[in-house]
Design a protein around this ligand. Structure first.
Ligand SMILES: CC(C)(COP(=O)(O)OP(=O)(O)OC[C@H]1O[C@@H](n2cnc3c(N)ncnc32)[C@H](O)[C@@H]1OP(=O)(O)O)[C@@H](O)C(=O)NCCC(=O)NCCS
Length: 229
């Protein structure tokens, strides 16, 4: 039978502790995601960013779950996505599948940030609080701006709202998938401080998309965020 040496007992102890820590980290992350998804009024976490003014535009933003979103607003978001993205999807391995896109955009876990100037809808983001590769993240599924609202800082403001929400709800980062053959989006995300995420596939695995992210202040070692309740 024999007896385990002290060194090997210590090693198994360390392994057990590491496993426990990892399980704890994942459980904490899942709790943060559950709490974020239970929030009833996300606007209270980012109120100061929801009015965007520059010299030629004044835009109001609101946030709703897809299940509460007005049907006309949802239809507009779906049409804008098709207008902006169809060709880009068609020219890569994904292809454009309108039913799949609608299914994704109407999933019960979807949240919408919508920007409008008076009655004109100008931009939106579809985002979710979710576990991704074992981490709690705010996943930005879509950021879309109407052609006549672009290059005025609106897209950047939309991302700032997402970043504030991610921090306030203890998400590790804002993460997104970007098509590599969409150079304006690539320039935009990089200008907003996004960089290649560790979970991005290698060139051998996929060439048409990449995963980008921006860490929240919390995961960069900043101050503790408010607790989402
Ligand atoms: C990409 C998109 C969201 C950017 O929104 P936007 O409101 O025009 O962006 P902003 O005005 O906030 O731009 C912020 C910065 O990003 C960079 N940027 C934005 N659009 C750019 C473009 N077409 N080319 C190069 N850089 C760009 C610039 O540095 C810009 O700052 P500047 O205007 O002072 O130079 C918008 O062009 C869009 O909806 N495109 C079609 C849909 C799409 O590709 N969505 C992203 C993938 S889901």
């Amino acid at each position: 039978m024999g007896k385990k040496s002290n060194a090997s007992t210590n090693k198994s102890k360390e392994k057990r502790q590491a496993r426990k820590l990892e399980q704890r980290r994942i459980a904490d992350g899942m709790n943060s995601v559950t709490s974020a998804n239970k929030l009833t009024d996300l606007a209270t976490l980012c109120r100061e960013l929801l009015v965007y003014r520059n010299k030629d535009m004044e835009v109001d933003m609101f946030i709703q779950r897809v299940t509460e979103l007005d049907k006309n607003v949802l239809d507009w978001a779906i049409n804008l996505t098709e207008k902006n993205m169809k060709e880009l999807y068609e020219t890569c391995a994904w292809g454009w599948n309108p039913d799949r896109k609608v299914e994704e955009m109407t999933d019960d876990s979807a949240w919408y940030l919508v920007a409008k100037q008076k009655d004109k809808l100008l931009a939106f983001s579809h985002f979710r609080f979710d576990m991704d590769f074992g981490e709690p993240v705010l996943y930005c599924y879509e950021v879309q701006v109407e052609a006549d609202g672009r290059r005025r800082g609106l897209g950047q403001r939309v991302l700032s709202v997402l970043e504030k929400l991610a921090h306030a709800t203890r998400m590790r980062c804002v993460r997104l998938t970007a098509l590599t053959h969409n150079p304006s989006a690539s320039a935009f995300f990089r200008a907003c401080g996004y960089s290649l995420d560790d979970t991005s596939p290698s060139i051998e695995e996929a060439t048409h998309y990449e995963i980008l992210s921006k860490a929240t202040m919390e995961s960069e070692g900043g101050t503790d965020p408010p607790i989402a309740s």
